[in-house]
Design a binder for this molecule. Structure first.
Ligand SMILES: [Zn+2]
Length: 277
């Protein structure tokens, strides 16, 4: 494993440990499903996504950035702007690309079929950040590499972005909330767990809200932002209304979701609001 990969894996491990402790100490909800089953399914999905990406596109973002660093055609490798500014602009562009990809996944039928797995979770905790169909990991990886190759974002900017995304994938799905004062301070600048949670609401209209990964600015500019209150965020049900809730942790069924016609709901509805911790 190269140094970049080792640092990213270590970052993910530290994020899991820190946010896991926060979830245990200050949970937003009481989780009902067996933790080992949830975590097991989510870790397998995450591993399959990584295997698919590594087997088909064995290139890291930093490796692509290094390859195009001296290209004549890049945008962010020109020395017109200071280095730190090119890194910051690159991070913004990569986050915007993530927002755009996520939005397309909600509006394009064939992309929705590979993204819906993420929304079938009827409970939200830090491992929901690992719960993606392997094909979604592949599409997101290809888009990211394409943006880096086309714009020649400095390798340091790419590395910083990847570290931030590792943290945010876990933090945005945390079954915990920031203290109210910190929530007010952070919300204008970062997607907080309470802000992202509404995106997993069972209400279809809310699923098109707060699509951003790192920053909430794209949602504000493109009119997909919803400024949910912490109380409201804790009082919602999660999942997809037309997805059989009993299959939410059925791994073969989840992997087949892009390719099969989903049956009508089996009557299993998400737990009521009373599950609030
Ligand atoms: Zn989504």
């Amino acid at each position: 494993m190269d140094h970049e990969g080792a640092v990213l894996w270590r970052t993910l491990g530290i994020c899991f440990a820190v946010i896991g402790v926060c979830e245990l100490a200050w949970p937003a909800y009481r989780l009902r499903k067996p933790l080992e089953r949830r975590w097991g399914v989510h870790v397998v999905l995450f591993a399959l996504g990584n295997v698919l990406v590594l087997a088909t596109v064995p290139l890291s973002g930093v490796a692509v950035a290094l390859a195009v660093e001296h290209s004549r055609f890049g945008l962010f490798n020109q020395s017109v702007l200071p280095f730190w500014m090119r890194c910051a602009a690159g991070i913004l562009v990569l986050d915007l690309a993530r927002y755009g990809t996520h939005r397309l996944m909600h509006t394009t039928p064939w992309l929705w079929r590979i993204h819906l797995l993420h929304h079938t979770d009827t409970e939200i905790d830090l491992t929901t950040g690992l719960r993606f169909h392997p094909l979604e990991a592949w599409v997101a990886g290809i888009v990211g590499l394409g943006v880096i190759a086309a714009t020649a974002i400095p390798p340091a900017g790419v590395f910083l972005f990847e570290m931030m995304v590792q943290f945010q994938a876990v933090a945005a799905h945390a079954n915990s909330s920031l203290p109210p004062r910190l929530e007010r301070i952070c919300r204008p600048f970062f997607i907080t767990p309470d802000l992202h949670r509404i995106h997993h609401s069972i209400k279809e209209a809310d699923q098109g809200r707060n699509l951003g990964v790192l920053f909430p600015w794209w949602d504000r500019w493109f009119a997909t932002y919803r400024d949910v209150t912490v109380v409201e965020s804790k009082a919602m049900n999660f999942g997809l209304a037309d997805f059989p809730a009993t299959k939410a942790l059925h791994l073969p069924y989840l992997l087949a979701t892009p390719f099969v016609k989903l049956p009508s709901p089996d009557g299993a509805v998400p737990e009521p609001v009373s599950r609030r911790a």
